[in-house]
Design a protein around this ligand. Sequence first.
Ligand code: PGA
Length: 251
Amino acid sequence: MKKLIVANWKMNPSSVSEAKRLFDATHAASRGLKSVETVICLPFPYLTGLEAARNRGLSLGGQDVFWENKGTYTGEVSPTMLKGLGVEWVIIGHSERRQFFGETDEMTSMKIRAAIKAGLKVIFCVGETLQERRLGKTTQVLRRQLKEGLKKVLKPTAQKGKVSNRLVIAYEPIWAIGSGVSETPESVDVAAAFIQKTLGWQARILYGGSVSSKNIANYLAMSRINGALVGGASLRAKEFSRILEIAERSK
Ligand code: PGA
């Protein structure tokens, strides 16, 4: 299976021209990769402008999505709207959504169900805060996020096959996001084993949290880590292409 490297630009860059430059550089870097699938999760306004440049080797993703396909939901973007733009992937349940926008496990569950139903592939983010980790609650938090977040898609269980094909889990310890302090590959591998055991299938697992060209190889060397969700480093074209190059060469 190909390794999955996902760029999460978050609310960056601030102008269309910068976005175009960064997109073109990322596109060029992803072209011709054989063992890496590159996904680029853009702010909504850029999804239309940059879609035309889409090509094999680089898939587009949204950073969030609503759970209804249309209606009176000011400011929201629906799964079918994303699908209609040629978007294949969407991030759901990112800790910044949970932290700044009050997103609950119940909301992530509704979003995941709607996204999968519309034919999107989901990158579902889970991870503990520093305090939860210090209190030894990491597995408890992960179990709750997974069970609650997937509640609406895994019942009835007949759905399991369809869901497991369209779902990737991104383990992102919140304290590691944007901090420059990353979790050790060994601990991520342990968390990945726990996630797979909780789900009951061999889910594709990404690591996210201060991933860079200096540490990506160590994560990909772990048997259960299939790729990375990259924030800050995906905004620096050279650094991100270096990450892609290293990923292409690893295992
Ligand atoms: P970071 O962000 O790479 O800047 O730590 C990762 C993420 O939030 O997805």
